[in-house]
Every structure is written in structure tokens, then in C-alpha cells.
Design a protein around this ligand. Structure first.
Ligand SMILES: Nc1nc2c(c(=O)[nH]1)N[C@@H](CN(C=O)c1ccc(C(=O)N[C@@H](CCC(=O)O)C(=O)O)cc1)CN2
Ligand SMILES: [Mg+2]
Length: 286
């Protein structure tokens, strides 16, 4: 068997076309969605993701601005900036690019963002709503994965979904979103003994660890759906996933490549959340 591929890049382009129409319809009602992105420090990958966010905003018709701060910025300075953005009615979405420099408490920063403007879906109030199965801003990468599965008409209900990795950005929330879709969810992580015992049970395997090719063909069940969230740069400078794609695609039924798989969906879901924020905030004013 050679697996079918899901190219997030193609799905992202389709969703972006729809979002462009949504943004135009909002503009006709004098609602201009606005995203403010905050970048602290000069991490090259973060800078590249932030550029991608500006580009996608411009393409869709979302106005955006980028606030760049030096890595020496103090936590108090960053919290003060966020308070100003929380109070600025023009700003619908606030995104603080992660990771932050080590001297800043990331969670304290996330907690300071107005939940209504938290287009990353990382604020505890939004995480709580997600856990309760309520409508809210869902974290972009997990939300993108759900859209990818649905785009291939994957029946999630009743499936065994195994998650490798437990980050707040991907591992934990994708488990919750799959649970909300009625999957049976198994979370595994660095302290899980005999990882293969669990990955072999997966109808849907989500790998979000950040370790090149840690999942191999022999770790999965024949016909499994494999979603690779890893973005690693190998010794030759090439982007690779957490899954050994070449061999695993011969065993899986559906698989995502890296690059061009899950990655492009992250920024697209951010755009979707920003339009949703503009709509919700406009409705709250009238
Ligand atoms: N505040 C946030 N910080 C971070 C998030 C996030 O959702 N919110 N996620 C990641 C980084 N990220 C967006 O911020 C992101 C990661 C990867 C991609 C992507 O398109 N990857 C491509 C490859 C890109 C490349 O060439 O380097 C792919 O996989 O095909 C987009 C966005 C951590 N921080
Ligand atoms: Mg506005």
C-alpha cells in the first residue's frame, strides 16, 4: 500500500480563498479585521513564521502590524504592551510569537491577553472552553489538523487516536479536539515506556515531538492515518518531519508530508480565528 498524501498547502489555499471573501464581506460592513503580531528577539524561524503571518494577512485582506522587540525586553514591558493592545479597539487579534526569551514567563504573558483577542487559543479561558466542547478560538495547528482529516472525509468518531508529544501548543489540544470529535484518545510522551505498544494501536497517529524520524514504518499499524507535526532541520539543512516518511508511506493509508503538510494550515487557522475575532467583537459592540 502507498498512502494517500494530505497537502495542507492545497487545503490552506482553498480556505484562504474563502477567508478572503469573508474579509471582503466584513469590510462592506465597515469592519476591518486587524491582527497585531508581537515578536521578541531575533530567532530566525520565528521571524520567518511572523513574515508568513503578515503575508497571509495581506493576501486575505486582514490588516496587520508587527511589533518587534529586542530580546532584552523585560516581562513587565511586554505585559504593559499587551495591556495597551487589549484596550485598543482597532486590534481584534493579538499573537505573541513563541518561544519567548528564557527570562520571560510565557504563561504569564499568555494569561495577560484578553481572551476575546487570543487568536492563538492559548489563554486558559479558551483552553477551558475547548475542554468543555464550547465554541471558541482553537489552537491553530490542532485546529488545522482537524480540518485536514475532515477534508479527506476521515471518520474520527470511534477511532483510536494516539498522540505522541504533550506540548501546550499541539499535543494536549489535538488530543482534546479529537476527543471532542468522539475519538478514543491515548496521550504518549517522553516518559511513556514501550511507545510502539501504543503507536501500533493507532487508527490516527499524531506525532508532535520535534525529533527527526523518531516514528518508523514498523511503529505503525497497516492502514493507519499518520499526521506529522514535526518541523526539524537535518544536518544537511533540509526540513524533515518526526516520521520517516519514505518508509512509513508504504504502510499508512493517509500521511502528511513535511514540508507542505500540517505547517501551512497553522497560519491559515490563525487567519480564520482573526476574522472570527473581528466578527465577534463587532457583534459585542452593537
Ligand atoms: N504564538 C505562536 N507561536 C508558535 C506557534 C503558534 O501557533 N502560535 N506555532 C509554531 C510556529 N508556527 C507559527 O507560529 C509555524 C510553524 C510552521 C509553519 C509552517 O508553515 N511550516 C512549513 C515549513 C516552513 C519552513 O520552510 O520553515 C511546513 O511544515 O511545511 C508555520 C507556522 C511555534 N510557535
Ligand atoms: Mg477592526
Amino acid at each position: 500500500m502507498t498512502a494517500e498524501l494530505i497537502y495542507g498547502k492545497e487545503l490552506a489555499a482553498t480556505i484562504r480563498r474563502e477567508l478572503k471573501q469573508d474579509a471582503a464581506a466584513l469590510r462592506e460592513q465597515d469592519i476591518l479585521p486587524h491582527l497585531t503580531v508581537v515578536l521578541v528577539g531575533d530567532d530566525p524561524a520565528s521571524r520567518s513564521y511572523v513574515r508568513g503571518k503578515e503575508k497571509a494577512s495581506a493576501e486575505i485582506g486582514i490588516s496587520s502590524d508587527l511589533i518587534e522587540l529586542p530580546s532584552s525586553t523585560t516581562q513587565t514591558e511586554l505585559l504593559d504592551l499587551i495591556q495597551r493592545l487589549n484596550l485598543d479597539a482597532k486590534v481584534n487579534g493579538i499573537l505573541v510569537q513563541l518561544p519567548l526569551p528564557a527570562h520571560i514567563d510565557e504563561q504569564a504573558v499568555i494569561n495577560s491577553i484578553d481572551p476575546e483577542k487570543d487568536v492563538d487559543g492559548f489563554h486558559p479561558a479558551n483552553v477551558g472552553k475547548m475542554m468543555l466542547g464550547e465554541d471558541t478560538y482553537y489552537p491553530c495547528t490542532p485546529y488545522g489538523i482537524i480540518q485536514m482529516l475532515k477534508s479527506k472525509d476521515v471518520e474520527i468518531a470511534g477511532k483510536t487516536a494516539v498522540i505522541v508529544g504533550r506540548s501546550n501548543i499541539v499535543g494536549k489540544p489535538i488530543g482534546q479536539l479529537l476527543l471532542n470529535e468522539h475519538a478514543t484518545v491515548i496521550h504518549t510522551h517522553s516518559r511513556t515506556p514501550d511507545l510502539r505498544h501504543f503507536t501500533k494501536q493507532a487508527d490516527i497517529l499524531i506525532v508532535a515531538v520535534g525529533r527527526e524520524h523518531m516514528i518508523k514504518a514498523e511503529d505503525i499499524r497497516e492502514g493507519a492515518i499518520v499526521i506529522d507535526v514535526g518541523v526539524n532541520r537535518n544536518a544537511a539543512g533540509k526540513l524533515t518531519g518526526d516520521v520517516d516518511f519514505e518508509n512509513t508511506k508504504e504502510v499508512a493509508s493517509i500521511i502528511t508530508p513535511v514540508p507542505g503538510g500540517v505547517g501551512p494550515m497553522t497560519i491559515t487557522m490563525l487567519m480564520l480565528n482573526t476574522i472570527k475575532a473581528a466578527r465577534r467583537q463587532a457583534a459585542a459592540v452593537v
